[in-house]
Write a protein that binds this ligand. Structure first.
Ligand code: OOG
Ligand code: NI
Length: 315
């Protein structure tokens, strides 16, 4: 009777994940479009066959919120914080988190089937006085860290938290002022903790679709609009992490006073993680996740962020 009492069961994190995915796929029609085309093409039997490489969230770096608050949710489920990333021009800091491993004290078993998580934060204090004033007008109503008063073992409470307004609905003028200075700030002030994207792993798909080049060709045949920032396929300097993404789906957002304006919602990403050089001669049936390129890449991520930027959505 030492650790088992407040050890969350694996079903808590599974329930939180499925709540996130449900609302996300309702909001992003491209999710169904991609999955349905994959089924029709015979790439997968059903949407459940897709491996989710990672999911991503965006946060405001202000007291009581930001990464320091948000990460507590998934670290409670056994996720571990990994590398830090700095996006100088966009004024963002990010970390990625690996799913509960063999030595995780928080869950009954390792869960390599769960997606990695990428969480970023806007360094609000680096913005102009005006942008800071606008952001604080909303976020200052959060007087204590909301995650501290959440029962993280209650999946329904967590699901509600992730989809509730954390602050007042912004005015359209405030949204547009932020948009002119930081597209990321504008995205978060309206979308908050909505799932930013999920990511289809392409390397385990059947031959003919298991490279990012082949998969991107397939997506383009289906008429999907892909993020072109820095080139459609983003490649890490080592060549082993290759990513592409759709351009964010537009949503008719309702602002304060009932103003309606079309803004960027969420998008879908695709990732190929190549087998690392020392393992390239292993038989294919022996290759598992630990033989492939891990983590993320600043240069790739910097361009993937732009999937929600007007430079892409307005193309
Ligand atoms: C995250 C962009 C970075 C990746 O896989 O490198 C990313 C975002 O748009 O919030 O997803
Ligand atoms: Ni991503």
């Amino acid at each position: 009777m030492t650790t088992s009492t407040n050890k969350p069961t694996t079903t808590t994190v599974d329930a939180v994940m499925s709540g996130l995915m449900r609302r996300y796929s309702e909001r992003v029609p491209d999710v169904h479009k991609v999955l349905d085309s994959m089924v029709k093409e015979g790439i997968i039997q059903s949407p459940g066959d897709v491996e989710n490489d990672h999911i991503a969230f965006r946060t405001m770096g202000v007291p009581n919120l930001g990464i320091a608050s948000f990460e507590k949710i998934f670290m409670h489920y056994g996720y571990e914080r990994r590398d830090e990333f700095n996006f100088v021009g966009k004024k963002l800091t990010a970390y990625w988190y690996s799913p509960p491993g063999v030595d995780s004290p928080r869950v009954d078993s390792p869960r390599p089937d769960l997606p990695r998580i990428f969480v970023s934060e806007l360094r609000v204090h680096e913005l102009s006085e005006e942008a800071q004033r606008i952001i604080h007008k909303y976020t200052d109503t959060v007087k204590s860290d909301p995650v501290d008063s959440l029962n993280l073992d209650d999946a329904e409470a967590v699901d509600q938290f992730l989809h509730q307004p954390l602050w007042e609905t912004p005015t359209l003028v405030d949204y547009q002022t932020l948009l002119a200075e930081s597209e990321y700030a504008a995205w978060v002030i309206y979308n908050r903790y909505y799932l930013n994207h999920f990511t289809i792993s392409v390397h385990n798909l059947k031959a003919g679709y298991n490279t990012i080049d082949a998969f991107v060709a397939f997506l383009e045949e289906q008429g999907l609009k892909l993020n072109s920032a820095g080139g459609t396929i983003k490649v890490s300097p080592d060549g082993d992490l290759r990513q592409a993404s759709t351009v964010a789906q537009m949503i008719d957002a309702e602002f304060a006073n009932g103003d309606i304006f079309r803004i960027a919602g969420s998008y879908v990403e695709f990732a190929e993680r190549r087998i690392l050089p020392p393992f390239r001669d292993l038989p294919a049936d022996q290759i598992t996740r630990q033989h492939r390129r891990e983590g993320f890449e600043t240069g790739n991520a910097d361009k993937i962020f732009e999937s929600t930027f007007t430079t892409q959505t307005g193309r």
